[in-house]
Design a binder for this molecule. Structure first.
Ligand code: ATP
Ligand code: MG
Length: 881
């Protein structure tokens, strides 16, 4: 057996299949591109669906790759089993209708056992096969020479995901020896493929030979495929004599850094803390890569998975005595380990760490609340003499506070309680069902369209330089999915040997236009253009007069539409660069739409884009337009393009020859679209909206040239109308005019307020009811709906004008009930005190109060008792000397 580092092993796998005629495809983004059915890329084949379902035919039918994958359904296994992570790499070799079992099986064997390659001990290898697949059994036994007792028939070995390709598979196991096992030698699960830790599944080879039809039948596929998946970490654990995937060069540096941060616990101290170390190391990789590929924590979908992973890591950190944010510090270690094949984590380290740290800080608050709830649950159950925590409560802790069930169980156990696991599982299953329903058919693939796949006639796109060509030969015509030779009417799909029509791609819409005969007679209108599986431009047309295959026609692209589209396309490149300039290099394109009348540009960014930033972006783009930058293109290979520094989309896969579009020295992107020749053509760019369209993804809409002019013109017209309404002659006077009007309005409102107050006072004066109470003149009034402030003003007025000795006022405003007592100077001198009166009468309205001898006030609750309160004041005075 070879002793290899993980990087050496990965390279060896790719080299082996390169030597067997395979092209190496780079790893695609973890975030599926153009595939709404998948939450994450979860296998090597997931990124190659388009080849297997026939939408695109690859240049070379033999492909090999090392693909980043995330499997959230393995979350609970991480740290518990030796062989599962959430994030792992899958190595694969693929045959798209090319070689089949008779090559795939011996090659797998050669790679595993040849002294030139891995040199594993054949005696330790076992395979499982589908019982009915006698062909695979024969090849393993007779061609490879594997003894019969190393070939195990397992009914499960049939790969079937519902409608689409399916077929038997063969799994290869490595016997790590009984000392690694978690079950006894004579346990019924102790066989390759059983639930045990001795026989490790390294590699799965799928022979996809059937098409599973919607009606349940299985028919042979026109093109049989090979699709294999080998877990990189598992093989590395074997090559590095590691008891689990974790004691390898892929994880140990992360674990060591975690030990340092903990400062108390070491890896190997105890089983429980070892699991925590493993979970943290796994999750650190998963979240670093996921964020690097454009996902961000949120409450739904992918973002929710990220959030859960980060929280689980934080909780496990507490088990190691770490109670400050720490996960973000592991990003640098992950970046360094993976850098040779996956530079994206190290390249974005600062950004990724920032996202993780802010999520960790956020969770701290929830964590404390969650622990508080858990403690409270435990206390309540204990007080009620119960020993079980409800499964629904445990689920709430899990779901709302991110507490994994094991942690809840552990906490409960320390207090002598258990958790109703069945109830929890039930709640969990219900949630999973909801999630599955929301996700739809996870891995569905379309069926192969044989007619389109069979079209091999070449077709050249000449539309970068020509909008009209007069010598296009019609080579294929399809009507209702059938090839035909002549057309007279209806819709049809056409392929020409050469075409100036652009097929929809990279966000840019298709060209429209006409098909004419050599005399200029209109024969058909082109309404759409898409790529056929073999790459030809397939024109959807409305047939108006006879067309015949083999004849030559004049193809003319609608020039105005194309001109508008190309301006907008160049505008998206300028926007892309300007956004990086203003918001930072972490921003990247998340989609775009280039229409004739407007453009849409989606990009990733944490948080909002301020109005000032947006204005700056717009300003930069316009500066570049006015600088009249030439737009040039060169064709080159992908490696050279990347070396030049061209921006490539993370989610996009490129062929070997790529087109690099340069806008002056300002922007350089890989792009197959059509562009303005000079930025001056754009005239002007105006951003019309900016908004969030998902977690961490924002959308700009903008217009250029004529549409920008129209947009501004409409706004100008609106202003002119406003100015006319306000009777302003010059627009520039408008702001002054508006602030004057606002000031006038404010003044008028204040005047009105004063008048109203005065009127209320006069009204109150009129309402004063004067009686003689003992030796004193008492004035009282009930005034509806005024504030205590207004009561005090009334009292001041009374003091200036009145002849009476004592004033008592009452009012109520909503639930608020108020009383005020004022006493004239002379009466105070005779010993009458406002504070004493208020203390006597306030209880009548259910309240209390106090104050000075000449003025006191009280609040209460019972408005309907106000008359009695006034009466009580009278009775009080009657008793005074
Ligand atoms: P297992 O039964 O061990 O979970 P699987 O049947 O789910 O494996 P496949 O779907 O056949 O695995 O994936 C192909 C290969 O990818 C496996 O043979 C294994 O080496 C690897 N693999 C699958 N899941 C994981 C994981 N969670 N972590 C690491 N490697 C994995
Ligand atoms: Mg599995």
């Amino acid at each position: 057996m070879k002793e290899l580092s993980s990087a050496e092993f990965r390279q060896m796998f790719l080299d082996f299949f390169k030597s067997k005629g395979h092209d190496v495809e780079p790893s695609a983004s973890l975030v599926p591109h153009d595939d709404p059915t998948l939450l994450w890329i979860n296998s090597g084949v997931a990124t190659l669906k388009k080849y297997f379902d026939g939408t695109v035919i690859p240049k070379n039918p033999r492909i090999t790759n090392a693909q980043k994958s995330i499997r959230t359904n393995d979350i609970e296994n991480v740290g518990k089993t030796a062989r599962h992570q959430t994030f792992f790499e899958m190595l694969g070799n693929f045959s798209v209708g090319d070689y089949f079992k008779e090559d795939a099986i011996p090659w797998a064997w050669e790679f595993l056992t040849s002294t030139k390659w891995l040199d594993l001990d054949p005696a330790k290898l076992y395979v499982t096969v589908y019982p009915k697949d006698t062909e695979a059994q024969r090849i393993w036994h007779e061609v490879v020479g594997l003894p019969a007792d190393h070939i195990i028939k397992v009914e499960d070995n049939f790969w079937d995901i519902g409608e689409g390709p399916s077929g038997p598979d063969s799994e290869i196991f490595y016997d790590r020896g009984q000392e690694f096992n978690n079950v006894a030698e004579d346990d019924p699960e102790n066989y390759p493929g059983g639930e045990n830790e001795r026989y490790l599944e390294l590699w799965n080879i799928v022979f996809s030979e059937f098409n599973h039809l919607a009606d349940g039948r299985y028919v042979e596929q026109p093109h049989k495929n090979i699709d294999t998946g080998m877990g990189l970490e598992r093989v590395v654990s074997v090559l590095q004599h590691a008891p689990t995937n974790f004691e390898t060069d892929l994880f140990m540096p992360i674990i060591h850094r975690t030990e340092e941060i903990s400062g108390q616990v070491k890896y190997g101290d105890a089983e429980k803390t070892d699991i925590a170390f493993k979970i943290i190391a796994d999750h650190a990789r998963a979240v670093s890569f996921a964020i690097g590929d454009g996902a961000l924590p949120s409450n739904e979908g992918r973002g929710y998975v990220l959030r859960r992973l980060i929280r689980r890591a934080v909780l496990n950190g507490r088990r190691l005595g770490i109670d400050k944010p720490f996960l973000f510090e592991l990003v640098a270690v992950v970046g360094k380990i993976m850098n040779s094949y996956y530079p994206e984590v190290e390249a974005q380290e600062g950004f990724i760490a920032k996202v993780i740290k802010s999520e960790e800080v956020r969770f701290s608050a929830t964590l404390t609340d969650g622990l508080a709830l858990l403690n409270q649950l435990i206390a309540t159950q204990k007080a009620a003499n119960k020993t079980v925590i409800d499964g629904s409560d445990a689920f709430k802790l899990f779901d709302t506070f991110g507490f994994p069930i094991e942690l809840t169980v552990e906490y409960a156990d320390e207090e002598g309680l258990t958790v109703n696991q069945a109830e929890f599982d039930q709640a969990m299953a219900e949630q999973k069902n909801r999630a599955r329903a929301a996700r739809g058919d996870l891995q569905s693939m379309g069926s192969q369209n044989e007619t389109l796949m069979a079209l091999k006639e070449p077709s050249e796109f000449v539309g970068y330089d020509n909008l009209t060509i007069s010598d296009a030969k019609l080579v294929v015509a399809l009507q209702d999915g059938q090839e035909v030779k002549t057309l007279t009417s209806g819709t049809a799909e056409l392929i020409f040997d050469r075409t100036p029509f652009y097929a929809e791609m990279g966000g840019q819409v298709a060209d429209w236009g006409t098909i004419e005969d050599t005399n200029g007679n209109l024969l058909a209108k082109v309404t759409d253009v898409q790529h056929a599986p073999n790459g030809q431009n397939l024109h959807t047309v409305e047939v108006l007069a006879d067309l015949t295959v083999g004849q030559t026609y004049q193809l003319a692209v609608d020039e105005l539409r194309r001109r508008k589209v190309r301006r907008n396309h160049t505008a998206t490149h300028l926007l892309d660069q300007a956004l990086r300039d203003v918001l930072g290099e972490h921003t990247h394109q998340a989609g775009s739409l280039v229409e004739p009348d407007y453009l849409r540009f989606d990009f990733t960014n944490l948080g909002q884009v301020s109005a000032a930033q947006l204005a700056e972006v717009e300003q930069i783009v316009n500066e570049k337009i006015w600088a009249e930058l030439p737009v040039t293109t060169v064709e080159t290979d992908l490696e050279s393009a990347k070396k030049l520094g061209a921006i490539a989309l993370f989610s996009e896969k490129y062929g070997e020859r790529v087109r690099v579009v340069k806008v002056g020295a300002y922007s350089m992107e890989l792009c197959g679209g059509t562009h303005a020749k000079n930025t001056a053509e754009l005239g002007l760019l105006k951003i019309t909206s900016e908004s969030a369209i998902g977690a961490g993804v924002r959308r700009i809409e903008a217009v250029t040239s004529k549409e920008a002019y129209q947009y501004l013109n409409e706004h100008d017209q609106m202003l002119q109308n406003v100015a006319a309404d306000l009777k302003v002659k010059q627009l520039k006077e408008l702001p002054n005019k508006i602030s004057r009007l606002q000031q006038d309005l404010k003044d008028a409102q204040r005047d009105l307020q004063n008048i109203k107050a005065k009127m209320a006072q006069e009204e109150a004066q009129d309402k004063l009811h004067v009686v003689t109470a003992g030796h004193y003149q008492l004035a009282t009034a009930l005034i509806p709906n005024v504030s205590m402030n207004e009561l005090r003003q009334l009292a001041d007025n009374w003091r200036n004008q009145s002849q009476t000795d004592v004033l008592v006022l009452g009012t109520s405003q909503g639930a608020k009930v108020n009383l005020l007592v004022a006493v004239a100077k002379e009466a105070v001198a005779k010993g009458i005190k406002a504070g004493v009166i208020i203390k006597t009468i306030a209880p009548v309205i259910g309240g209390g109060g106090g104050g000075r001898p000449d003025m006191a006030q009280a609040g209460g609750k019972e408005a309907d008792k106000l008359p009695q309160a006034l009466q009580a004041a009278q009775e009080f005075l009657e008793k005074q000397d």
